[in-house]
Write a protein that binds this ligand. Structure first.
Ligand code: BGP
Length: 445
């Protein structure tokens, strides 16, 4: 399928095209070279993910990274966003660094650079060391300091070669599911836990910005936020209120303190007991970009049975859906990008966008994923429309390079533009891979 959207709204030649991944979701080698356990290892071992899937082997990227980087080079991307596994660097979360773990990311970063691709290093994509969770994890204020110490080890080791730094991936999502609703690791729930974790993660972000700034000359630093419209499933007063509360956490509880220096009005009073004097200045540190991950709007409803009193509701009848039933609403992406650009006034990078499906090779071994091509075409088109409206968008990263471990669905849902056969670890670029390569080339001509 030929890309068409670029014809209408061209992107600047220096626009950054990339792909994103996360350590736990692709690396495997869970017990190799001294890696410690994370809360996600524990959560999976307890059988809490679909099909009892675990991250033990995943895409075996720990050993197969050269092949994955060769695919990136073939794709023609300019940037690769990955995360460092805290428990590989500090198996117990703090204390002595684990040299073999550090050496792995040396090899990875060097190979990415050699392929002519810029590494974007994310310090935290949800794999909190279990040893720290045992001491209270994000529920304790100390966790911000532990994170800053870890960030300092990573910044000092890779700062000579890595200039793009992400502090935390989607703080609102991992706190909501891990500490509010309780259906992700570490499985804690309730409003008090959610508020504590929220504030401590914000403090960790601020501390990490300072640490990276101090150790890495010329660093561009930002946080990556999930940003999706939160819409009442019905227009009842209860659902409207639920959607507002849901949105205050999902969209604003992290960027507002980090960039404006205050919690959103709707939750400010609830947050007060956790905020010590001077905290907002610790959190609100100057950053260089705003990372946005976007998939679908959230339809929200009042849910008296949920630990937070709100939850997900049904999408409007007739909404187009992806094969894993996520709503497809490209115009919501345009609207979110325009809104975020106006509100926060920072250069935006779309650090994740993509579609989950159940792709499988056909009789000839080819993996055709026309729905993904249609999704990516519509969403990159919506992004260009946002740019035409003045949104300052500098780059777009597809989630994800390869199929991988997805947090709730394990290996059953496939987000890659490269298919993985988990029996053989064979990589097969899907039709969407060719489509994305062509899109990148077309915008560089
Ligand atoms: C984002 C995460 C990614 C990725 C994606 C797909 O929220 O940052 O890590 O997993 O969602 O979602 P899921 O893993 O739930 O299928």
């Amino acid at each position: 399928m030929a890309p068409t959207a670029h014809v209408h709204h061209p992107v600047p030649r220096d626009f950054v095209w990339g792909t994103s991944t996360a350590a736990f979701q692709i690396e495997g080698a869970a017990r190799e070279d001294g890696r410690g356990m994370s809360v996600w290892d524990t959560f999976c071992a307890a059988g809490k993910v679909a099909n009892r899937d675990t991250g033990d082997v995943a895409c075996d990227h720990y050993h197969r990274y050269p092949e994955d980087i060769a695919l990136m080079r073939e794709l023609g991307i300019g940037a690769y966003r990955f995360s460092v596994a805290w428990p590989r660097i500090l198996p117990h979360g703090r204390g002595a660094a684990n040299e073999p773990g550090l050496a792995f990311y040396d090899r990875l970063i060097d190979a990415v650079l050699e392929a002519g691709i810029e590494p974007w290093l994310c310090l935290y994509h949800w794999d909190l060391p279990q040893a720290l969770a045992d001491r209270g994890g994000w529920l304790t204020r100390d966790c911000a300091g532990w994170f800053a110490d870890y960030a300092s080890v990573v910044a000092r080791r890779y700062g000579d070669r890595v200039k793009r730094w992400v502090t935390i991936n989607e703080p609102s999502v991992f706190t909501l599911f891990g500490y509010g609703l309780g259906d992700s690791a570490p499985g804690v729930s309730g409003p008090a836990a959610l508020r504590r974790a929220t504030h401590h993660v914000n403090l960790a972000h601020g501390a990490a910005v300072d640490v990276v700034r101090a150790h890495v000359a010329g660093a561009a630093i930002g946080c990556v936020h999930s940003r999706q419209q939160c819409i009442g499933a019905t227009d009842s007063e209860a659902d409207t209120k639920a959607a507002a509360l849901f949105g205050a956490h999902w969209n604003d509880a992290f960027p507002d303190p980090q960039l404006i220096g205050a919690y959103p009005a709707l939750i400010a009073e609830d947050m007060e007991p956790y905020v010590a004097p001077g905290d907002m200045a610790r959190i609100c540190r100057p950053v260089d970009f705003f990372g946005i991950n976007h998939y679908s709007p959230n339809y929200c409803q009042a849910a008296p049975w949920s630990p937070l009193g709100y939850g997900f509701g049904p999408m409007p009848a007739g909404t187009p859906k992806t094969p894993i039933d996520w709503p497809i609403v490209p115009d919501a992406f345009r609207a979110v990008l325009v809104e975020a650009s106006r509100k926060y006034r920072l250069p935006i990078y779309v650090t994740e966008n993509g579609m989950g499906g159940h792709d499988a090779p056909d009789a000839t071994g080819a993996v055709n994923d026309p729905e993904r091509i249609a999704y990516l075409d519509a969403y990159t088109g919506a992004m260009r429309a946002a740019m035409a409206e003045g949104a300052d968008i500098r780059g777009y990263f597809v989630w994800s390079l390869t199929d991988n471990f997805e947090w709730g669905a394990g290996y059953a849902s496939r987000f890659g533009i490269v298919h993985i056969d988990y029996e053989t670890q064979k990589r097969t670029p899907k039709a969407s891979f060719r489509w994305f390569a062509e899109l990148i080339q077309a915008t560089r001509r």
